[in-house]
Ligand binder design. Sequence first.
Ligand SMILES: Nc1ncnc2c1ncn2[C@@H]1O[C@H](COP(=O)(O)OP(=O)(O)OP(=O)(O)O)[C@@H](O)[C@H]1O
Ligand SMILES: [Mg+2]
Length: 246
Amino acid sequence: MPPYSAVIAEHLSKTFAPPGGGEPVEVLHDLTLEVPAAGMTAVVGASGSGKSTLLFCLSGLERPSAGEVTLLDTPLSRMNRTQLARLFQDEIGFVFQSYNLVPYLSAEDNVLLPATLAGRRKDRSLARATLASFGLDGKADQVVSTMSNGEQQRVALARAITARPRIIFADEPTGALDTTTSSLVLDTLRGLADETHAVIMVTHDLDAASRADRVAVLRDGRLVATVGAATPAQLLTLMHTVGKEA
Ligand SMILES: Nc1ncnc2c1ncn2[C@@H]1O[C@H](COP(=O)(O)OP(=O)(O)OP(=O)(O)O)[C@@H](O)[C@H]1O
Ligand SMILES: [Mg+2]
């Protein structure tokens, strides 16, 4: 196993200034978290608790307002936009909560988009195999705007993992999927985590979170607990109790 951590966040805060003026809103508050180089970390918490913002900050897509994020031994505050973009391109797969696919491209061309943008070789058979592994055989040539939500979500997943990046961020990767398809996706993410990849997955599904090696619980932008592997029932209890003592 490599000696580095995938991500270290230290005293991370993120504040948004409302576009029309007024009091800034603090969305993440003094959050410290270390994600090992391999394994699966789940992030759970209520809607609006800051999970997506956290993934954006950990992956370098958003600059924190305070604190530091170190990605693969590289402190992001020392990098300019171009260096950040290159690190993102080379080392990170990101499944956006809203997929962020290019609507007029086919599933296969969406999966190949990171390679296209990076000027890397496009491995069409690998792209098709990844789509097939998510039950999308026969759909590779379909334009994604004509696909169902769950199909688009799986294209977004295929795009994030095909190049086998060292870190995979997945924001609600099973949100639009039925139980069987969800299992396919979780098995794949689990398999990557069991190899040498770090998978950081936001989820509302406690069954999905129970497949992780550790679970971080967010409440109102604060990290209120980090626990090792836990059952769905244990996680439910934890979410309803921890951080509510005050
Ligand atoms: N760019 C922004 N400007 C202002 N406020 C923002 C911005 N981005 C996020 N927020 C606010 O930060 C809070 C957390 O948002 P975030 O999307 O991180 O929540 P979440 O935990 O991912 O929720 P969900 O489970 O619904 O996806 C919300 O109240 C949201 O309105
Ligand atoms: Mg979100």
